[in-house]
Design a protein around this ligand. Structure first.
Ligand SMILES: Nc1ncnc2c1ncn2[C@@H]1O[C@H](COP(=O)(O)OP(=O)(O)OP(=O)(O)O)[C@@H](O)[C@H]1O
Length: 585
């Protein structure tokens, strides 16, 4: 119920459309009942007049029938138009609202969710919420109003008629939907979960199809998806069965109501309290009135499904972001001086420290390298600096002020990153590059790509910069994609450039040349450089180097100082050189 009220609050901006849709649905229903009732009266009255050989005014009822028929058709058209317009507006509003809720959760909070699951929530779960207005709110409001009108009309003729109608409407409109809700709720919830699992598994398997084929695991994964699909079909079948029962029950109630009218009204006709044509009118009136409650069983049967979808959406939307933004953020200074002071960090509250007592400085125009074995915490440092996460203890300062006092998004406008997992979008190379600086001209694109040694490749393509990158850059080699990412980061012209293993996937000569170009560029632009790597070429050009091991800085100095110290760095350096030499031979 709480979820339902919360949803209705989100629908508030569209209440005008929603009310208009309800009004049209009500008018359509009334027109239909009027049409049936007047037709019953008219046919009987005409037949009786014919038998008696008397004339009667048939213009008024014929006009009324025409009016009701036109009102029913026009009303139905208008109702469909307005209710669907309202639904689509609501859904698009909900999607934007949900996306805005998701954005601050990325990347830290969303790591636990599979991309297929997120996609499922954004698309299928939000689509399910159209049930709330279209299949729940409109039918319930219309049914309540209509029941009131029907009972009052019948009361006017005889209270017993009203009682019969009311009782059967309650059975059809309250008891049957309540039973459907009881029997259908858990299956509905299972359906949402199974459908989401199936979508997640499908996205996951499609993304990893290459690996599944190489390791011969495709059949096992296909069997899992088949099983989910069979489960879903069984759940859908159960829901359809329930729907059939409900429709049958409603049909029975409608017919019982018609018979009930006849049973009560025939004595009234005999007593002269009702005219014979009114008998046919009341019977058809009662039969048609059940249209008001027809959608209710389905509405309540799918309520469990709808609420399960709402809960899945709210559970994500309510998650607090990993990093809270300040209410009154400080303006980001022109020159950026980052300082880590005794920073400890762990990913899970109950986990072990990934960073331990880290203190370092990244002043403006400084070139700092962080080196260390894989898993030693280098990339985690970058993620803290980007304000994607916050230290558990200690602090990170920007120009002497705690980093929490700056808005993360504004801060990141001053930082460019080449991350380890480069993501290219399924669009042209130009669009992928312009992501960093949408107003960049061709000259700027050429210069950045020349620096990253990718310009020649792009120019050799028939479509040049308009070459399609493919999904996640599949139409490029790993090294080409990496260099596009480097060009993109250079193009941004940010005050700080973070390079996380920027030359991974490049051959040693290209790697050295790209690194040299980046250093020259950073020096010329007075850009700070934070280079994260476990490959040791080009480090002599760095102003300072920190060596990390198991989350701690174990050595610091310049390349020459660290070599002279003959410690960890020197050992890494020797093994690094050996590696390069082996590759060359
Ligand atoms: N999102 C995460 N959730 C939980 N633990 C994580 C997460 N990311 C990294 N870790 C853990 O934190 C530690 C440091 O990881 P980090 O990526 O910072 O290392 P790294 O030095 O950059 O390694 P590499 O050179 O392989 O990139 C590792 O033990 C890793 O398993």
């Amino acid at each position: 119920m709480k979820d339902l009220i919360r949803l209705l609050r989100l629908f508030k901006p569209y209440q005008g459309w929603m009310l208009l849709g309800m009004l049209l649905a009500f008018v359509t229903l009334m027109a239909n009942v009027l049409l049936m009732a007047v037709s019953g009266w008219f046919i009987t009255a005409m037949a009786m007049a014919g038998v008696a050989g008397v004339s009667m005014n048939y213009f008024t009822p014929a006009g009324l029938i025409r009016f009701a028929a036109i009102a029913r058709t026009a009303g139905r058209y208008g109702e469909r138009l307005v209710t669907h317009e309202a639904t689509f507006r609501i859904l698009s509003e909900l999607r934007v609202w949900f996306y805005q809720k998701l954005e601050p959760l990325a990347p830290a909070r969303l790591e636990a969710y599979r991309s297929g699951d997120l996609l499922s929530r954004i698309r299928a779960d939000i689509d399910k919420l159209d049930n709330v207005y279209l299949r729940l709110l409109v039918p319930v409001v219309v049914a309540m109003l209509a029941t009131l009108v029907f009972v009052l009309v019948l009361w006017f003729y005889d209270p017993l008629l009203a009682l019969v109608e009311f009782t059967l409407l309650m059975v059809a409109g309250v008891m049957v939907p309540w039973l459907m809700n009881r029997w259908g709720a858990s299956t509905g919830q299972q359906m949402v979960t199974t459908a989401a699992q199936m979508r997640s598994a499908l996205v996951n398997d499609l993304q990893g199809m290459g690996e599944l084929l190489v390791y011969g695991a495709a059949d096992a994964h296909a069997a899992h998806i088949r099983q989910l699909s069979q489960d879903l079909a069984a759940q859908q079948q159960k829901m359809s069965g329930l729907q059939g029962i409900a429709q049958g029950a409603l049909g029975l109630c409608a017919n019982l109501a018609m018979w009930g009218m006849l049973l009560v009204a025939i004595p009234l006709v005999s007593e002269g309290k009702l005219l014979p044509p009114q008998l046919a009118m009341l019977a058809l009136f009662a039969l048609a009135s059940f249209e008001a409650v027809m959608p209710l069983p389905l509405a309540f049967q799918t309520l469990g499904e709808t609420l399960a979808a709402a809960r899945r959406i709210f559970s994500l939307a309510d998650m607090p972001p990993a990093v809270a933004e300040p209410e009154q953020p400080l303006p980001v200074p022109e020159t950026l001086h980052f300082a880590f002071r005794d920073v400890d960090f762990r990913y899970q509250p109950e986990g072990t420290d990934v960073l331990h007592n880290i203190s370092l400085d990244l002043p403006p125009a400084h070139k700092l390298a962080i080196v260390g074995a894989t898993g030693s915490g280098k990339s985690t440092l970058a993620s803290l600096l980007l304000r994607f996460r916050e230290p558990v203890s200690g602090e990170i300062l920007l120009d002497g002020q705690p980093l929490q006092q700056y808005h993360g998004e504004v801060l990141r406008q001053h930082i460019a990153v080449v991350s380890q997992q480069t993501h290219l979008f399924n669009t042209t190379l130009r669009e992928n590059l312009l992501l960093a600086r949408p107003d960049a001209g061709q000259e700027a694109l050429d210069a950045a790509c020349q620096l990253a040694l990718i310009h020649e490749f792009i120019s050799s393509q028939p479509q040049g910069y308009d070459t399609w990158a493919g999904e996640t850059g599949v139409r490029l080699s790993g090294g080409q994609a990496k260099r596009i990412a480097i060009a993109r980061a250079v193009l941004k012209n940010a005050a700080v450039l973070i390079l996380d293993e920027p030359t991974e996937g490049l051959d040693p000569e290209t790697a050295q040349q790209v690194m040299a170009n980046l250093v020259v560029h950073a020096t010329a632009q007075r850009q700070s450089l934070l280079l994260i790597t476990h490959r040791l070429h080009g480090l002599e050009q760095m102003d300072s180097i920190h060596v990390m091991d198991a989350g701690c800085i174990i050595e610091s100095g310049t390349h020459a100082q660290l070599l002279a110290a003959k410690g960890h760095y020197q050992q890494l350096s020797v093994s690094g050189k050996l590696l390069v030499e082996k590759i060359k031979t």
